[in-house]
Design a protein around this ligand. Structure first.
Ligand code: C5P
Length: 227
């Protein structure tokens, strides 16, 4: 599976709608985070679906198992195709999340250790593992209980795919074409590198939403991904 996802990182629904109206290619996943979702809820999710795109709700659910169960049910109701949950929520929480999406086409994606964290955070939460070990443990547990995919950096994809027996969808942000600005991303990879390392869904935000010609940019990235 190779797909392109756009991070719809706007704060006003008018800007998000204006952007999506102009996008010609419908074979895209649109990632809605909480900047839009908290403010506009079903208005924004319905809009994304009504334009024919796949909907990715990036809400990184992390709570007691029963609350996450209900959250996942609500995401199914909202028509989400993808939803992120936080693997640090634990095995039981992840199991309830998987149970909640039963009989739907929703794909659950697990977030592991955020890229804003370093080893001092891992120490802070009392883990005896390094970030790399912890990331693998969390991802492995998630995939084992039926989480469909893992959000990770391009650098981690091969390591996780080699060490996790079951197949999973690798979702990678931090993608840039050579000529693009890095913005605030510390480590970046090109679309062809990401795909070469086994990434399945590439998430691109600013290089597309701030492009002078987003349609051209999408075409260019997809060409590099050979899709
Ligand atoms: O604009 P840019 O392409 O950097 O956007 C990347 C998207 O992926 C943003 O929505 C960002 O929040 C998300 N993301 C990330 N790094 C992570 C996890 C998520 O950039 N480790």
């Amino acid at each position: 599976m190779k797909k392109l996802g756009i991070a719809l990182d706007f704060t006003e629904i008018e800007d998000a709608e204006k952007f999506l109206y102009d996008i010609e290619d419908k074979d895209l996943i649109i990632k809605v985070g909480y900047s839009l979702f908290v403010k506009y809820g079903k208005d924004i999710t319905d809009f994304v679906k009504s334009r024919g795109f796949e909907l990715f709700l990036d809400l990184k659910l992390h709570d007691i198992p029963n609350t996450v169960y209900n959250g996942v049910k609500s995401a199914v109701y909202a028509g989400a195709d993808y939803l992120t949950v936080h693997t640090l929520g634990g095995k039981e929480m992840l199991e309830k999340a998987v149970e909640a999406k039963k009989d739907s086409d929703l794909k659950l994606l697990g977030v592991t250790v955020l890229t804003s964290h370093d080893n001092s955070y891992v120490e802070y939460i009392g883990s005896k593992y390094t970030i790399k070990e912890l990331t693998l443990n969390l991802a492995k547990t998630a995939v084992d209980v039926g989480i469909d995919g893992i959000v990770c950096s391009v650098e981690e994809v091969s390591f996780l795919k080699e060490n996790i027996d079951k197949d999973f969808i690798a979702v990678t942000p931090g993608i840039r074409l050579e000529k693009d600005s890095k913005d605030d991303q510390k480590r970046i990879a090109t679309p062809d590198e990401a795909v070469g390392k086994g990434a399945n869904i590439l998430i691109v935000g600013r290089p597309i939403i701030k492009a002078e010609n987003p349609n051209e940019k999408i075409k260019e990235i997809k060409e590099k991904m050979q899709i």
